[in-house]
Design a protein around this ligand. Sequence first.
Ligand code: ADP
Ligand code: ZN
Length: 830
Amino acid sequence: VEITLIETRVTAFSLPVVEVLLPLPLSGAFTYILPEGMIAQVGIRVLVPFGKGKLQAGVVRRVATIQDKLQARELKFVKEVLDEVPVVTPTLLDLYDWIADYYLCKQGEVLKASLPTGLKMQSTRTVYLPEGLDPNNVVSNDKEALILDALAFRESLSEEEAQRILMPTPAGPLLQRMAEKGLIYLVTDTQASYKPKVIRCLAFAPLYRTHEGLQQAFDLVKRAPKQENALMLVAQFLSQHGGKLPLRELHGHDELSHSALKALRDKGILQTEFVTVDRVPQEAERAERREINLTPAQTAAYAEIAEEAHQEKPRPILLHGVTGSGKTHLYIEFIRSLMGEGKQVLYLLPEIGLTRQIIDRVREAFGNQVGVYHSRFSPAERVEIWQKVLKGEHQVVIGVRSAILLPFPNLVGIVIDEEHDTSFKQQEPNPRYNARDVAIWLGYHHQIPVLLGSATPALESFENAQSGKYKLVSLRERAQQAALPTLQMVDMRLEAKEKRSHGQFSEALLTALQEVLDRGEQAILFKNRRGYAPIVVCNTCGHVPKCTRCDISLTYHKHSNRLRCHYCGYSEADTTHCSVCNTQGLRHEGIGTERLEEQLQDLFPTARIARMDQDTTRGKYGFARIIAQLEAGELDFLVGTQMVTKGLDFERVTLAAVLHTDSMIGYPDFRAHEYAYAMLTQFAGRAGRSSLPGNVILQTRQPEHPILQLLTKPYGAFYQQEVVLREAAKYPPYVRLVSLTLLHKDHVQLETEGQRLAAHLKARFGDMLLGPEYPPIARLKDLYRLGMLLKLPRTLSLGKAKAELRTGILDYYKHAPNKTLRIDIDVDPR
Ligand code: ADP
Ligand code: ZN
């Protein structure tokens, strides 16, 4: 019996393998053999062959064994194990799966969005000429000759350089063939794009680090006064710097001569060491701490939040509080109540809400445990934050959308400020996720509390709170005895008729601005177009310059003196000649922020004005600089786009004005009312946030519009009115939406393929499918677009609907004459 047992053990075939997720647009994981001697676990990175001659780093999703010899023969080997400890947590891997499934995209796309570039690592190839090969003597075709010619004068070529030479022929296969023929060597090497930042420091050799050791060191230099002096200074510096002094700090100290230092090093007293430093510097803790006592209303609201948060299975909590009601203080209390040894809380904010001010307030409360994550960090900085989150060194992370994809080992709660904000939704590319909804899923899945806050909740969120799915907590008044600002609607039709207006400015607005100046207060003006003039027209032939790649007219930018496409970034330098009739004289129509700033300066020559839009806030500190000026009282007026409408909290801002309110409410989108209501309410909320009363002016040609009428009423009134319309027209929250955008370079093919796809889907979805239809802008970046919309009743299983959609699309591709149609799918579009 024993003998047979041993025999089966010998013959049983079992091979360790890993399933690897690659940061590429691919579904699922790929299996590789784990060679003997390599140790792998879930969440570490491994380097594996992928594609012809290429290596790619991926993340181990599963460790397994296979018993099937035939299957094993098909597999490739792991080339290298890159980590000893996981860089992605198991919970994060589960989240990738959920996102890919819910948003109908590939796991690899989610990994790609999540993993910092610095950890993504790919192989690069270098081309060399074999020893003794004379490029002039080998027979080769034209393309090969190009490469050999280039190598005649250089030692090597990177694959990228080779690609540039060969354009438009793809370099990969050609180089591969050349290598097989022995014409070139191809050397593959992988480089980690992330390198820790290392500096050289001066330190005592271990022997001399104690008090007695130091005495001995001084004995050694007794007879050399210059060295003795230097040693004294160095000892002093080192004790101030915790024993390690960066070499660059030594510059400028003449007493520390090079020769004296060298002597100390030669004697073995000092040594140089390499020290890894943080790229993202730890900020000093802020000394001043404001004591905040919650108001009675805030205390009551907080008690309700805490009660739900500490339930065993907490529901998501929606904090609906008017602008300036002190929601931020409640978020901080909420975080404080969840904190503890090794625990982590995530605080998400819209991109432009993540200001110095808010970071300071959170740091005031939690000091150095706070980590900040925004999109302006460099790849290397992102790696460092990633690792600190992973090690639990950042206990409170305050960040934008993608911070939801960080590797928290022990997340115990999430705050989402301005939960209605559209910047939580990624529009392009995949994964088209909404960080708010991902947070809600994490909340249910891990049974942790999620606190959503807003003055103007998304309709879906408020509906969830009404139905009891979420817990609703309300704050109806502003803190600090501040009143909500007064709202003044100015009818621009009357202004024009009675000749009161001055260009774009009503008399009421001009008076209000003058008063702000006289009182030494501040005003914010909103205009939703950047640049100088959104439309340019030829005076002679009436031609309007358009983008060459998009169906969009070019905007004139005065500062840079260019015509620009605001979608794709295309620009033209000639801003004076018509490209059609070639005459001189182009007229500027309409108003952008740049022109508004100019007009305002003409009207108020002494006013200090700044502009805040994409053009003035490029660079790491552009935005912060303007905020600082506003805070320091160095500005009277601030002109800007969307950026000025959210999050700003300045005591002396007492006037908020919208120049063209009508352009906010006319969008052909079922959410137009919701967006306009939220936008205008949020913007109005910037004024009068402290003891100074605030005033809001809206210039409009339709003051009777229902949305404008609702602005003076509480959010509940808006909600009641809007849900009725949504239900009647079958829109969220009464149905679920999945939108499909079909894209193609050729509009004739787009039309036929679009109809073909529609037929496949109509067969499955019937009336639930709307379209195909051309969107308002039918071509962007050289691609024509067609839209389709699925309206799925809430009673329909979402899983089933998505499965139908998948098979419908697969069916279409099976029958399509070519597979050139691109289909972008967006679940819960916003
Ligand atoms: P919200 O986020 O609801 O718009 P904030 O939290 O920014 O409101 O609060 C608005 C302003 O009121 C802030 O300057 C804040 O410091 C102040 N504030 C709010 N609550 C209090 C309080 N209890 N005591 C003192 N100041 C407060
Ligand atoms: Zn364009």
